[in-house]
Design a protein around this ligand. Structure first.
Ligand code: HEC
Length: 119
């Protein structure tokens, strides 16, 4: 029924909807999705509860290295993001990629750098 553009108003509407959907889909894929507020709260809880069990409740170190801003100053974001997602083989640091996206890990590194946890 949709053989020529605009011939039939229903067909035109469908085309507009499909186009709008494609634009939205492209935007969603292209966006660097920073975690929303609820996810940020989840990540902060994760830091104190899960990460804190090894890195110390205030992240000053324990079984795991201290994760305070001065400890991370000379380490790159990429290096730390990789450590969080993949863990470090041969050490107790486990991989978190089943639970965290790259955006989550990126946010966590920035969070650690500004000591978000202790504020
Ligand atoms: C089972 C214990 C354990 C847990 C749980 C754990 N870590 Fe680790 N983590 C370690 C150890 C041990 C190291 C040090 C590895 C080494 O010696 O290179 C480490 C290293 C790191 C480093 C690199 C520090 C540096 O100076 O290079 C980061 C960043 C890190 N962990 C973040 C996290 C985050 C974020 C979580 C929670 C999502 C977490 N860790 C949970 C044990 C743990």
């Amino acid at each position: 029924m949709c053989d020529s553009l605009g011939k039939n108003i229903v067909c035109l509407r469908i085309r507009v909807k499909v186009f709008a959907f494609l634009v939205m889909a492209c935007l969603a894929v292209g966006a660097n999705a920073a975690p929303d507020k609820a996810r940020q709260q989840y990540l902060i809880n994760l830091l104190s509860q899960d990460c804190g069990s090894c890195h110390g409740i205030t992240l000053k170190g324990g079984l795991g290295a201290a994760l305070l801003p001065e400890n991370l100053r000379y380490k790159s974001d990429q290096f730390l993001i990789k450590t969080i997602l993949n863990g470090r083989s041969g050490t107790a640091m486990p991989p978190w990629k089943q639970f965290l996206t790259e955006d989550d890990a990126d946010w966590l590194v920035k969070c650690l750098r500004r000591a978000c946890f202790n504020n």
